[in-house]
Design a protein. Sequence first.
Length: 125
Amino acid sequence: MNSKFTQIVRILLGVILIVFGANKIHPFIPLPQPPQDAADFMASLAATGYVLTVVAIFEIFIGILLLTKFWVPFAILLLVPISLNILLFHLFLDIPAIGTAILVVALNGILLYKHRQKYRPLFAS
């Protein structure tokens, strides 16, 4: 679990989460204009006043856990529904920008696989 490859995957995923999470709170990376359906969906989430902020905070929190190597198996599990929703959002609403979503899901999947022994008690009957 502590191979160089796993460390690179963990650090890369942590940096991606912190950067894109922080960008949701205070935009500093100009992102391309999404298709109208995706823009409408994001506008409705932003209109709630809390959803995007909560997701951003979770992304930053998970990224910090990954970078500090603290509770990594827990952080990976927290990221599963977020990364799945990122992938589904891009799959159904913004296909041209799906690259980062695939990368996040792939890195999360690699880390889930590398830490699979930690999850074994969750599935024991």
